[in-house]
Each structure stands twice: as structure tokens, then as C-alpha cells.
Design a protein around this ligand. Structure first.
Ligand code: NAP
Length: 246
């Protein structure tokens, strides 16, 4: 399925995005590794994929900036043509208790996590819709389901992706393309590293499987959603959270 398929992973330079990019590249896809500032890390992901059956290109763009996403689309079209799979993975946190959260903290997270999803989906919508079995995959979080202390801005963006996914599922369905969402629990990446250790220990006690997810745990499910076996599944949210309740 992935040979002759082009997949764009936003935030593909590190963490979960990197694992997704390498998973799809390893299965023969053309992969676009988007990043904002980690040029060397994105180049390393491209090199890793080029050593497999897949092919890859790095594409710098701040997903929060519409004109940068448009320029990325042009560069991608020049190299690979239209994409088949868009994975909206790029995301940030700016954690603070609500009473201390500034409007700037709020806007920054909304601009990247939701604004970036709008920009990328808007710029690549026609690609995904007209692809034979196009796929839109949004990376949400268990925090969008449960809420989380100190993450009013982040949780709001991750809940927002549920409504976005369901709506895009309806708007893509007439051409046989799908939109789904993954909601990972707590994953061992740079995003978790900045959480204080005592908070990490508290979180760990709430995970029945007794460990944080590895990026590969998420990448395998995204590969399923990107592939042909998920063809009759759309508008869904898949939890990947070690059994946490929500
Ligand atoms: P991460 O290790 O911090 O990596 C974030 C990635 O997003 C990097 O590649 C970064 O690029 C990119 N990025 C950030 N802002 C960007 C922007 N404005 N434009 C383009 N790229 C941008 O994060 P992660 O843990 O892998 O998280 C990936 C996704 O999974 C996020 O949406 C996050 O909310 C979600 N998630 C994470 C967890 C978790 O526990 N880690 C749990 C559930 C869901 P640069 O390297 O260039 O900065």
C-alpha cells in the first residue's frame, strides 16, 4: 500500500512524528518530514528513510504560518506530486495553572496545535480528497479527553481535534478518503521530559500498563490508519494510552 504513496508528517523531526515518518518510510512510502527549527534532526530522519525502501524530503515550515505551509506544499508537489496521507502531528505545550496563564500562552498553543492543523489540512485538502483512499490523521491526546491540571490551552486544542476530525470525515467521505484521530496517553518524548519528575511519577501510577508509551507504540497505529486495512473506518478516535480511563 505504501509504495507510490506520499505521506506528510508535520513535526516529523523528533518524538512521535519521527517514529511515524520512519515507520511509513520503512514500508516504502515517500515521506515529507516537516519541521520548524530542528534542521539537523529532520535531515537525520530523511537519511534514515533514504536507507530503506522509502524516499524522503525535509520541509521546513512553521505550521502556524499559512504562507509557509503554502510554500511547503509547492516544494512537496515539485518533488513528489500530490500527497495521499496528511498526519497533523506538530504540537506544543505552554503549561501553567489557568489563573497564571496569559493570553499569549493561550494563543501560542492554539495557533500551532489548531491553527497549524487548519493550515496544513486546508493547503493539502484537495490532495487528500482526490487521492485514491486519501487519509487525514490528527494527533490528539488523552488530555483532550480527560483534561489535565495546568493544560487548559493544550487540552482545549486536543479536544478541538475531535470535532475537526468528525467533520472532515464527513467532508472527505464522498471521494472515499477518511479522517481519523489518535489520542495517545503519555509518550516518552521531549514533551514529557519537561514535565517535573514528581508529576511524571503521579501520572505513571494512573497507567494500568505501568509505563509511558514509546513513540513506536503510536507509530504502528498511525501506520494502520494510513494503510488500506482502515478503509471503512472514518471519524474515529483511537486511544493509545496503556489503559487509562477517560
Ligand atoms: P516533541 O517531541 O516536542 O516534538 C514536536 C515536533 O513538532 C517537533 O518535530 C517540532 O519541530 C514540531 N513542531 C513544533 N511546533 C511546530 C511548528 N510551529 N511548526 C512545525 N513543526 C512544529 O513532541 P511529541 O511528544 O513527539 O508530540 C507530537 C504530537 O503528539 C503533538 O501534537 C503532541 O501534542 C502529541 N502528543 C504527545 C504526547 C506526549 O506525551 N509526548 C501525548 C499525547 C499526544 P522542531 O523539532 O523543528 O521544533
Amino acid at each position: 500500500m505504501f509504495e507510490d504513496r506520499t505521506c506528510l508528517v508535520t513535526g516529523g523531526s523528533r518524538g512521535i512524528g519521527r517514529a511515524i515518518a520512519e515507520e511509513l518510510g520503512g514500508k516504502g512510502a515517500n515521506v515529507v518530514v516537516n519541521y520548524r527549527s530542528s534542521e539537523a534532526k529532520a535531515a537525520a530522519v530523511v537519511e534514515a528513510i533514504d536507507g530503506t525502501d522509502g524516499a524522503a524530503m525535509a520541509a521546513q515550515a512553521d505550521v502556524a504560518e499559512y504562507d509557509q505551509v503554502e510554500a511547503m506544499r509547492d516544494a512537496v508537489h515539485d518533488r513528489f506530486g500530490a500527497i495521499d496521507v496528511l498526519i497533523n502531528n506538530a504540537g506544543i505545550t505552554a503549561d501553567k495553572r489557568f489563573e497564571e496563564m496569559t493570553r499569549e500562552d493561550w494563543d501560542r498553543v492554539i495557533d500551532v496545535n489548531l491553527g497549524g492543523t487548519f493550515n496544513c489540512t486546508h493547503c493539502f485538502f484537495e490532495d487528500v480528497r482526490s487521492s485514491e483512499e486519501g487519509r487525514l490523521i490528527n494527533v490528539s491526546s488523552v488530555v483532550g479527553q480527560q483534561g489535565n491540571y495546568g493544560q487548559a490551552n493544550y487540552a482545549t486544542t486536543k479536544s478541538g481535534l475531535f470535532g475537526f476530525t468528525r467533520t472532515l470525515a464527513l467532508e472527505l467521505a464522498s471521494e472515499g478518503s477518511t479522517a481519523n484521530c489518535v489520542a495517545p496517553g503519555f509518550v516518552d518524548t521531549g514533551m514529557l521530559e519537561i514535565v517535573p519528575e514528581r508529576v511524571q511519577e503521579k501520572i505513571l501510577r494512573r497507567i494500568p500498563l505501568g509505563r509511558f508509551a514509546r513513540p513506536e507504540d503510536v507509530a504502528g497505529i498511525v501506520r494502520f490508519l494510513a494503510g488500506e486495512d482502515s478503509r471503512y473506518m472514518t471519524g474515529q478516535v483511537l486511544g493509545i494510552n496503556g489503559g487509562m480511563e477517560w
